[in-house]
Ligand binder design. Structure first.
Ligand SMILES: NC(=O)c1ccc[n+]([C@@H]2O[C@H](COP(=O)([O-])OP(=O)(O)OC[C@H]3O[C@@H](n4cnc5c(N)ncnc54)[C@H](O)[C@@H]3O)[C@@H](O)[C@H]2O)c1
Ligand SMILES: [Zn+2]
Ligand SMILES: [Zn+2]
Length: 329
């Protein structure tokens, strides 16, 4: 089959590779009909995510048709149309029983490595480094889905791929980011990043009844799309984010802040951003946490910070005193 493979920083190629096969009883093989590129793939492309290996197949937002089913998989049949969530989960461990599927305790086949780095394992993920299992991803003609009897969403007839594809990643990511904010009717929710995750978080915050949703980015077409979704927009290249957020909240600051940017944040006219770039370049810091610092600084006391943006490792100069003293969650 043909598949997109990572060969190193800024080096992704469409290669011919062996077709995947059933390895375990709960598996299924999916013929991919549609897949997408996630902002998280950009962190791999830019070489910031550790434990990628040359030849790894990319992709974790995909869907398609079941073409083969393992002998113990009673939930799927050949011909079923499914969206596959990027988090592989067993449905049986203690975390799965608690509904915490993204930290399934069994699906990461490299969990020893993950435990060393994070203290605990997280779930196995498709196409997202060997720390999360080294599973081949969905930017390919076919994918092997482990634990496929639980790791799938069946698609009812009559819905197009475009209507359901985002159930595999960015919609639940944006939705969960908003849910984690415990949105109240008089809240201002500020969202950094108007990429796909930010766009979904905007719509979720509106649905969950926020008084006001404000989004920060600098890409004009993304800001325009955010406005269509019901957000007030701030262009961080042209305006002061802190001044504008204060102005929009009568000087109080937003009650809820969502970081939909993650480890590669950009900033203009900011000393901390230059500092991060230098430290990241000489590998003294893995991520650039400008947005996190800005959120801690501007968030109203007793507010909530929600962080769907991906961070890879260690960050520096976080104003944790402000976070503690302001009683942020
Ligand atoms: N937690 C999860 O399960 C999950 C799932 C999907 C994506 N993500 C992560 O969420 C983040 C966003 O994903 P995406 O697909 O929307 O990415 P994206 O790269 O398309 O969008 C990021 C946006 O952030 C903007 N940005 C950069 N610096 C900024 C700053 N200082 N202030 C405000 N905006 C800034 C960029 O202009 C860009 O539009 C990424 O880190 C991605 O890895 C996490
Ligand atoms: Zn993703
Ligand atoms: Zn589990």
């Amino acid at each position: 089959m043909r598949a997109l493979r990572w060969h190193g920083k800024h080096d992704i190629r469409c290669d011919t590779v062996p077709d995947p096969v059933i390895e375990e009883g709960r598996d299924a093989i999916i013929k991919v009909s549609t897949c997408a590129i996630c902002g998280s793939d950009l962190h791999l492309f830019d070489g910031f995510m550790p434990t990628m290996e040359s030849g790894d197949i990319m992709g974790h937002e995909f869907m398609g048709e079941v073409v083969e089913v393992g002998k113990d998989n009673k939930a799927l049949r050949v011909g079923d149309r499914v969206v596959i969530p990027f988090t592989i989960f067993c449905g049986e461990c203690d975390q799965c029983k608690r509904g915490n599927f993204s930290v399934c305790e069994r699906s990461n086949r490299n969990k020893d490595k993950a435990e060393k780095v994070f203290g605990h394992t997280t779930a196995g993920l498709f196409g997202y480094s060997h720390l999360t299992g080294g599973y081949a991803g969905g930017q390919a003609e076919y994918v092997r889905v482990p634990m496929a009897d639980t790791t799938h969403v069946k698609i009812p007839d009559g819905l197009t791929d475009e209507q359901v594809l985002f159930l595999g990643d960015i919609f639940p990511t944006g939705w969960q980011a908003a849910v984690n904010c415990d949105i109240q009717p008089d809240d201002t929710v500020a969202i950094w990043g108007a990429g796909p995750v930010g766009q979904m978080a905007i719509r979720s915050a509106v649905l969950l009844g926020a008084r006001q949703v404000v989004v920060i980015d600098r890409v004009p077409e993304r800001l325009a799309m955010a406005k269509e979704g019901g957000a007030i927009t701030i262009n961080f290249d042209r305006e002061s984010v802190l001044d504008r957020l204060k102005e929009l909240t009568n000087g109080k600051g937003p009650e809820k802040c969502i970081d939909a940017v993650g480890m590669e944040s950009h900033a203009t006219r900011s000393f901390d951003a230059m500092y991060d770039r230098v430290k990241q370049a000489v590998m003294l810091e893995s991520d650039r946490p400008h947005v996190l610092r800005e959120m801690i600084y501007v968030c109203r006391p007793a507010g909530i910070l929600s962080v769907p943006g991906v961070y890879g490792g260690l960050i520096d100069k976080i104003p944790f005193g402000a976070s503690m003293n302001k009683g942020l969650t």
